[in-house]
Design a protein. Sequence first.
Length: 503
Amino acid sequence: MDLLNNLALGLQTTVQWHNLLYCFVGVFLGTAIGVLPGLGPLATIAMLLPLTFQMSSPESALIMLAGIYYGAQYGGSTTAILVNLPGETSSAVTALDGYQMARQGRAGVALAIAALSSFFAGTIATILIAIAATPMAALAFQFGPAEYFSLMILGLIAAVVLAHGSVLKALGMVILGLLLGMVGTDVNSGVPRYSFGLPQLVDGLEIAAIAIGVFGFAEVISNLDERRSGRPVTVPVGRLIPRLAELKEALLPAIRGTIFGSILGVLPGGGATLSSFTSYATEKKLSKKPENFGRGALAGVAGPEAANNAGAQTSFIPMLTLGLPSNPVMALMIAALMIHSIQPGPQVMTSNPVLFWGLIASMWIGNLMLVILNLPLVGLWVRMLQIPYRILFPSVLMFCVIGVFSMSNSTFDVWITLPFAALGYLWRRLGCEPAPLLLGMVLGPMMEEYLRRAMILSRGDWTVFVTEPLSCALLLLAAILILLVMLPSIRRTRKDVFADSDD
């Protein structure tokens, strides 16, 4: 009964006209940036993060930002299917079979199956979030400083293990993020650290500025380096309504993809991308005709599209209930909460139920909006694909600069994006994934705070982290993850998965 009452409160919040408007704006922008290769939800959310401070309510801001994130998963499939150019990393696997279906004259069917699978997964994931939220928050109230510190250690290690590419490079990015998070004033002593005498660094580095530099500006530089331009759609869209046999063929892959996405989305470093590739590999192994994969297999579209959307939405569970970001986008969501003076964690459910349940209810309404946007308006997205990048990138740069400056009306924040833009581009060239850096930067100050609290409460006894049962269990899980990734068989499997993703 409490769950139904909470969902009713969420729907009552979401159906207010201004929240519906922000939800529509979010999913529309998300679809657009998913369609246009080279933008991505992370850079867009970082750009819009400062503007949310001007919004009348925090729930409106979170509803819009969330719509951008899961909306991008829908939009990315459009470019993957029509022009073999994934708008989102998580849609790269969709291109393997989706584009082949388009070349066979079944582009409309592929788009419809992708949209319907995503809607199915989004609906199930929303229900799972609503069901899991209360027990997860109740569990979080049992956490003390030692348990939170151990949980964040587990989160960072999981992010390293599941990060794209080399484990050592991902570990280096996490450590660099932790160091960047230490810049600013020490909360205990009040003494500035690593500020180099600059008053602008006394309050620390602005996370939005770092994110825009590393992800926004660096993405533009990479795209210009590749001389990317608009690609005309040469395949006809054709029939949009799938036949009953096609729906039956897509049903089981969509269900399995939803299960993979719902589980992997909760894990730090997992999320939409890992979910989609895991689903594709599973469908290929389970298929009676694995040779059809890569040649237009419907299961190769339905499974990964369900997985990436479910993974995108269930990644909100640890952020909402534990205050722990499972990916860089969730780290920016935490920053959005802090902008509105809301401390992320289990207390959000009790202190801000309108925000908590309104965000959950908006996900289902947003997914419904996305089905309507992606199928009847497919012609609009096709025309957007033809925009040359030389026309697009100046607008992207302009909005990036406006977004950074409006955060604190400081030109210093704008200048600080430049070295990080250069570093972001260099990291891409060296094969270093920058996402773990952002997680380390967000979690670093929180880890330090919980570490100090645990030491104060235990009077300096370091064994508190292993004598507390829950803390010890979390550290053991972290150790098991480290041991697993060192096993030759696991390392080979991990290498194969990420090699497929590069293809």
